[in-house]
Design a protein around this ligand. Sequence first.
Ligand SMILES: NC(=O)N[C@@H](CC(=O)O)C(=O)O
Length: 368
Amino acid sequence: MTTRFTLPYWYDLHTHFRQDATLQATVKAHVEMGCMGALAMPNTKPPVGKVFASEKVADYISVEEYRDEILKAADGAFEEVIVPLYITRDTTSEMIESGAKAGVLKACKYYPPHGTTGADFGAPFDMFIQNGVFKAMEETGVTLCIHGEEHGLDGDRYFDRAENAEEIFYREQMPRLLEHFPRLRFVGEHLTTKVGADFILDAPDHVKATVTPQHLIYTVGDLVKGLKYHLYCLPLVKFAEDRQALRDAVTSDRNTKFFAGTDSAPHTQKTTPCGCAAGCYTGGIAPQLYAQAFEMCGLDLATTGAQERFKRFLCDIGQGYYNLPAPTKEFTLEKQPETLSNLQIDGQTIVPLPLGMETDLPWRIAAL
Ligand SMILES: NC(=O)N[C@@H](CC(=O)O)C(=O)O
C-alpha cells in the first residue's frame, strides 16, 4: 500500500528568495510545498542592512520593505515572514533597540565576511561582541542567526579532515558567545558537522539549529564523484559521521532543538568561468527531500511514531521557537516518484538540487 500522511503547513526557517522576478518565482514555489511563511535571508543586492524604510544607512534595503515585498508576492498565502537584519559594520545597538521596540526586528544574521554567496558585507565576529550589537540583541530578545564558519581560512584548513571551518567556529567562537551573552537566543544555521551538533545539544534550550535536506542526504563523496556542482553549497556537505550526527539529532524522539531550514538558494548562473556559485535550490521539493532523508535515517514513515518525529522537525520546533502563527491547513505527502523539472525565470534556468544528482524524487506532495 502507498504510504501517505498529512502534515500541518510549515515555515521554512532559512531560505533565500532573492529579488524581483526570482523572488516572485521562488515565493510561489514555497507556497506550492505547503509553506505558510519563512525566515528569508537578507543577502540581497544591496543587503537588508537597515530596519526601517525611513532610515538612511548606506544604500541598504530595509527589513520592513523586504518583508512587505515577500508578503505581497505570496498574495495572502504566507501568515508571517521574518526578515533578519544583515549585521554589517554599519549596524548599531540603537538600530537593534528601536527595531525590536517597534516589533519589526525579530532576528539578525551574521555572515562571515566573504565566507559565502552575498557575504561581502559581513564583519568579524568580535566586532559585534565588543560594539554592543550582540548585547542589545540579548537584552531585547532578538534572535541571532549564525552562519558558523571561521572566516579567512585557506583551502586546506577550510576543509581539513582534522578540523574545518565550521568545527573551528563551534570550538572557538560559539563558547565565547555563550559565555559573554548567556541569554542571547541564537540559531546555528545549516549545521553540517558532529562538532556543531554536539555543541547545540549541550547548549541551553534557547540555542537551536536549522538543518538542510542536502546535509542529511549527501556527503562530500557525492559532491566530488563527478564534481556535482549543483550540490555545492556553503557550508559544504561533510563526512558520513557528521551526517550521522545530524541524522541522529533530527530524528531523535527527544529532539527539541533541530528544525527545518532549507537554505534553498537559487542561482540562475550556477557556473562561472573558474568554478561555481555556492547554494542549492530546493524550493518546491523540500518536504519531499526531508521525507527521503528521514527514510535514509532508518525511520519508517508509514508509522505514526516516525511521522510524529518528522512533524516535530518540519513543522513544530521552529514555529514554536519563533512564536509564529499556528497552522490551520494541512498538506499530504505520498511515497510516489515525482519527476523533477527546472524552474524557468525570464528565460533563465534554475536547476533544483536533485536534478544535478538524480532525476526522480521518491516522495511527492499529493494534496495541498
Ligand atoms: N548556502 C549557500 O551556499 N549559499 C547561500 C548563502 C548562504 O546561506 O551561505 C546563497 O545565498 O546562495
